[in-house]
Design a binder for this molecule. Structure first.
Ligand code: ADP
Ligand code: MG
Ligand code: MG
Length: 920
């Protein structure tokens, strides 16, 4: 017997068996739509009888260019079963069965592939149906839809000739709306449409129903490799080898009169996440009429008045579906003469905001666990929520100034400012080639427009509702979007839009507020949203922290952390530290002290210090800096009351604090030429001093610990400032946990030289101030030699912090700026490197050094505290690596702290209970 290529909706158990019980594999085999229809059938939900041709058949077809052996016979056999179940016969004029042919891949790709409705209608069966239904208008309307869809979808004829054919006809008749078309009118249109097919293809619209079915099946298979579908897969990282299934579904009719209708609904609001059904329906309409946004829809609630029984049944079914899948569902339904049919269910796409709210609500409703809720939100979604919003004050002012333009439906939240373009190609071109911020403006969007939407900062349409194509796609890609702003008159030919005399021409700036639905002319400033106001996100992150704080999350040797990662922040100023705290950081992993030297009043003192000829001159200058530094640290300790603060001693080469050599040289030359004497000597001295400091490779020269050893006075001052501030804070009742970090260590002997001197100062200050608090001295691990000799280094260092930027530079031998400018893009494109190693830790090289350093370091000092303070500390994949190798914490920019908290919890859940050293 040949392979099973076709499954009836009732055969879901067999599909499950074939897939070894894995529902994920069933979805892969039958596609999302097919598996959903089969699953609903099993649950007793009313689904029109039908069957699914598997994705395996599609792949076999793609490989060989023809239907695989046995497939077509199985399709015919399944059709027989459907005939038996419905009591109708495909192609029988006396009682014709009609079906739809629908694509459906494992992951839903809305509108990306093709569907044909009303297959089985021919000149003969149409007459038969009229006898049965006594409703010629309905039959001819259905038939003309088939001829049109068959022409465009199956035979690849453009939409325009069909649309124009209908438009001309209506004009001749003086009609405005489709509803004015009579049965005879539709009948005439069918002839027109059939002529179009003949004209474009040279053959007739097939009057043999089985030929229709065969060609439609082929068309769905082929649509998998169509441009739209391929573009969509690129944008969403869906693999090309999944294939699409083909679903053949008995037609049910929403266009049989006013006791019929069709609609789509989300079980919760996909934009805000509110726990309230959001849907639209149309009476006396078929299929895609709702989504296409060509007729004005009614909200689903209204069904409760028009057809209360159907409404209640619908609410009951959708409730059950949501509980069954434990997820917000996106459903399609049709009502045929008062009977409800479900045509599709799938997990609904949603905005980042809705994703968080739905996850938290569902956990509170006990539908899912807190862990599951945390896993359902991606770090990228958290990132989106922290993206800029419009500044409310600026918006009010814009309103007063009269730049308000229009209001539509708030379909996808966020602030977008950009230049308006009226088609997808132009929007994409201006964004990609001219690096503009663009807003794509259209009456409505189609699947062919997606490339323009993705390239744009925002999308604006004048037609369609919250479930229109534009809205669904924008939500999925997190693009701010306003739809259905129907006061706007868009003139595609003149490339402009207008509301009451206010005109926006192509290329002009507009601001689109997807959160409120407002549109303004011009640019409105944006600001970072307040995390404190995002209650659900705060809750979710608290759960993430709880997960990470659970002992036993990591199986580990004595001294190693057994909880998940903590998240600390890099902060140089007290205000950054405060932000870090509100964002949930529980420590400062890196305070860069050199920033403090650059401030206006301080820089001249710093320069004087650097140019000092004697140690006592230098100390004098440093004594002037001491009170400033002490104040900086005081503020940090206060903001971080009770939490550790790692302060890095001076790191960059000293020339960075000096005036620019070339500029100074120019000044000197100019003065000499003009014969200006005053101040010339000082400038000449300064110039020669700077020249004396010249290094050919400063980043690998005199900096970090090397600088401290040749000029210890600077770090001695810094340590004194740190401990005086810590002591003062302690006396004020603040709990301080200072940790002094020595940068750029390569050998133990460097630490042996510098660390005891600094520790002596720490003790002296504590003695002077008569206070006691705990503190640590440790080092950055950013030179490969330090990683390799970690067991030695840990003899003195009480903590390690990976400086992965320098560590990556030195491990690869790349200078970051040069690499990113010159060859890294090519390396990634050519797959020489999988990713930019400065964004995501290279686990095989740099990561291996880190791993080794942790193991060796803790051999010497089992409770060695390990963290990371490079930019990688905010990158989810790198965070996972830090979890795997046994870090205590990751430290990142305050703005990325929420993302890191979630990513840390994901890592903990993914590797729950997995040993650290054991599995090495
Ligand atoms: P998409 O994947 O683009 O949503 P679908 O295959 O779901 O495409 O179908 C497009 C439209 O046709 C939807 O509105 C759907 O509900 C409707 N439809 C599909 N099959 C049938 C059917 N057998 N009877 C009635 N309407 C159908
Ligand atoms: Mg659908
Ligand atoms: Mg460094």
């Amino acid at each position: 017997m040949s392979k099973k290529w076709v499954y009836l909706f009732g055969e879901v158990a067999e599909a499950e068996k074939y897939c070894g019980g894995s529902w994920d594999k069933v979805r892969g085999l039958l596609g999302g739509k097919g598996s959903g229809l089969a699953d609903m059938t099993r649950a007793g939900v009313p689904v029109p009888p039908g069957f699914t041709v598997t994705t395996e058949a599609c792949n076999a077809y793609s490989a060989s260019g023809k239907f695989p052996e046995g497939m077509w016979d199985q399709e015919l056999a399944a059709l027989k079963e459907v005939e038996n179940e419905t009591g109708k016969k495909f192609g029988d004029p006396a009682n014709p069965l009609l079906v739809s042919c629908r694509s459906g891949a494992k992951f839903s790709m809305p509108g990306m592939m093709d569907t044909v409705l009303n297959l089985g209608l021919t000149d003969k069966t149409a007459e038969g149906m009229i006898k049965l239904t006594n409703n010629p208008r309905f039959v001819y309307d259905s038939y003309r839809r088939l001829v049109e869809m068959f022409g465009s979808v199956v035979l690849g004829i453009p939409d325009e000739p069909f649309e124009e054919g209908l438009k001309d006809y209506k004009e001749r008749k003086g009609y405005k709306l489709d509803t004015e078309m009579t049965a005879e009118d539709w009948k005439a249109i069918i002839v027109t449409f059939q002529d179009i097919i003949k004209k474009y293809k040279g053959f007739d619209f097939p009057q043999a129903p089985l030929k229709q079915l065969e060609l439609a099946t082929l068309a769905v298979f082929n649509s998998w490799n169509g441009k739209r579908a391929v573009d969509y897969r690129r944008a969403t990282n869906i693999p090309d080898d999944l294939g699409t299934a083909v679903n053949i579904v008995t037609m049910v009719f929403g266009n049989m009169g006013n006791d019929s209708g069709t609609g789509v609904a989300f079980t919760r609001n996909p934009s805000t996440g509110d726990r309230k059904m959001m849907g639209e329906y149309l009476l006396n309409a078929q299929g895609e009429d709702v989504v296409a946004g060509i007729r004005n829809t009614d909200p689903v609630e209204n069904m409760s008045k028009v057809m209360p029984e159907v409404y209640n049944q619908f609410m009951d079914i959708t409730n059950k579906l949501e509980r069954h899948y434990q997820e917000m569902q996106d459903v399609e339904f049709t009502i045929e003469r008062g009977k409800l049919w479900m045509l599709q269910t799938r997990n609904g796409k949603r905005t980042a905001k809705a994703a968080v709210k739905i996850a938290v609500d569902m956990a509170n409703e006990k539908l899912i666990s807190k862990e599951e809720a945390v896993l359902r939100v991606t770090p990228e979604q958290v990132d989106t929520l922290l993206h800029p919003q419009f500044d409310e004050k600026a918006k009010k002012e814009a309103e007063k100034a009269g730049t308000f333009f229009a209001k539509g439906v708030n379909a996808s939240p966020g602030a977008a400012v950009g230049q308006a373009y009226f088609d997808a190609d132009k929007a994409e071109k201006m964004a990609k080639e001219h690096k503009q911020d663009t807003i794509m403006v259209r009456p409505f969007t189609k699947p062919d427009d997606v490339h323009g939407m993705i390239a744009s900062k925002g999308v604006l349409t004048s037609e369609g509702g919250a479930t229109s194509h534009a809205a669904v796609v924008a939500r999925q890609f997190g693009i701010p979007c306003v739809v259905g702003a129907n006061v706007i008159k868009i003139d595609l030919e003149k490339r402009k839009m207008e509301v009451n005399g206010k005109v926006v021409k192509e290329g002009e700036w507009i601001s689109v507020d997807g959160t409120t639905g407002q549109v303004f002319i011009g640019k409105i400033p944006t600001m970072a949203p307040k995390l404190e106001e995002q209650v659900e996100l705060m809750t979710l992150l608290t759960w993430a922290d709880e997960i990470c704080a659970t002992p036993g999350m990591r199986k580990a040797p004595k001294g190693w952390p057994t909880t998940g990662l903590q998240v600390w922040a890099n902060a140089d100023y007290p205000k950054d530290a405060q932000r870090a705290r509100t964002y949930g950081a529980v420590g400062i992993g890196l305070c860069r002290t050199e920033h403090m030297f650059f401030e206006q009043v301080r820089l001249p003192i710093v320069q004087r210090m650097i140019l000092s000829k004697t140690s006592s001159d230098r100390t004098a200058a440093l004594n002037e800096l001491l009170p400033y530094q002490r104040k900086d640290f005081d503020g940090l300790f206060e903001a971080m009351n009770g939490y550790p603060v790692i302060i890095r001693l001076i790191d960059p080469p000293l020339h960075e604090f000096m005036p620019d050599e070339e500029k100074l040289f120019e000044e000197v030359v100019t003065m000499r030429v003009l014969g200006k004497k005053e101040g010339l000597a000082e400038k000449e001295d300064l110039l020669s001093a700077i020249r004396g400091m010249h290094e050919s490779n400063p980043m690998m020269g005199m900096r970090g610990v090397r600088l401290s050893i040749s000029m210890p006075e600077i770090v001695e001052m810094q340590v004194r400032a740190i401990f005086e501030a810590a002591a003062d804070c302690t006396l004020r009742g603040i709990v301080v946990k200072p940790e002094v970090m020595i940068p750029l260590t390569g050998t133990l002997s460097e630490l042996e030289w510098i660390q005891p001197r600094l520790e002596r100062i720490a003790k002296t200050v504590m003695g002077e101030k008569k206070v006691n608090f705990s503190y640590k001295f440790g080092t950055m691990i950013e030179i490969p030699r330090a990683a390799v000799t970690a067991a030695e280094i840990a003899k003195l260092a009480e903590f390690f912090s990976f400086g992965t930027n320098d560590l990556t530079q030195m491990t690869f031998g790349y200078s970051r700026d040069d690499a990113e400018r010159n060859f890294l893009i090519t390396y990634v494109e050519q797959k020489i490197l999988p990713k930019n190693p400065f964004q995501t830790i290279d686990r095989d090289g740099v990561g291996k050094l880190m791993d080794m350093a942790v193991i060796d370091g803790r051999k010497t000092r089992p409770n060695l505290e390990v963290g990371i303070c490079g930019e990688h500390g905010g990158d989810p994949e790198s965070i996972e690596w830090c979890h795997i190798i046994g870090n205590n914490y990751v430290s990142c920019s305050p703005f990325r702290v929420p993302i890191a908290r979630l990513a840390a919890a994901h890592s903990a859940l993914k590797h729950k209970g997995i040993g650290i050293a054991e599995d090495k």
